[in-house]
Write a protein that binds this ligand. Structure first.
Ligand code: SF4
Length: 181
């Protein structure tokens, strides 16, 4: 005959296990819903790029922030040469703002002469490999390093924030090396 105390313990641990499973299932469902919502939001953002008012709407929104610097593409990237040229127009309509745009889309930059870029915009070509270089054909770049001595971005020592640093917006700085985290 099985020990009754053992049976109670087994039942309790089975109960805890099932509760954990239920939490994991719930979390997975929440995660899937979040991903779907993000996809929907990104799809509608991408569609909005083709709208005739996109340039003016973006410029009005950026000007309303009353900030001196703006970073493009916290998520996402350039979609086409046409999209890039629209961004140039937004920069021209926001002359009091310095724009920084990181990108991995070398294919589109190849069509753009540097002199065509608005003076208040810097486009940094991001290196694709950790501890690798950035594309050589473009004037400004960013790379990722695992060596803290090679990192030139001070954010890791500033609580992950830029604070007073504005290196990424400076055309005088050819490459920024971020520390891999
Ligand atoms: S280099 Fe400076 S501006 Fe660029 S991400 Fe790091 S802290 Fe921010």
């Amino acid at each position: 005959m099985a020990c009754p105390r053992g049976s109670v313990k087994q039942a309790q641990s089975l109960q805890r296990f099932l509760a954990r499973c239920a939490s994991v299932v719930m979390l997975s469902e929440v995660f899937i819903l979040c991903i779907k919502a993000l996809r929907l939001r990104n799809t509608s953002r991408l569609k909005s790029i083709n709208r005739p008012l996109w340039v003016r709407a973006m410029a009005a929104q950026i000007n309303s922030f009353k900030c001196k610097e703006f970073r493009w593409h916290d998520a996402g990237d350039i979609q086409s040469v046409k999209h890039l040229l629209k961004i140039f127009k937004v920069c021209k309509l926001t002359p009091g703002v310095k724009h920084w745009m990181p990108t991995k889309e070398a294919q589109f930059l190849k069509h753009i002469p540097v002199k065509r870029i608005p003076k208040n915009l810097i486009i940094r070509l991001s290196g694709t490999n950790v501890d690798g270089g950035a594309g050589k054909f473009w004037k400004w770049s960013s790379t990722v390093t695992t060596d803290p001595k090679k990192a030139t971005c001070p954010a890791p020592t500033q609580g992950g924030k830029c604070l007073d640093c504005r290196k990424c917006w400076s055309r005088k700085i050819k490459n920024i090396a971020y520390l891999k985290h």
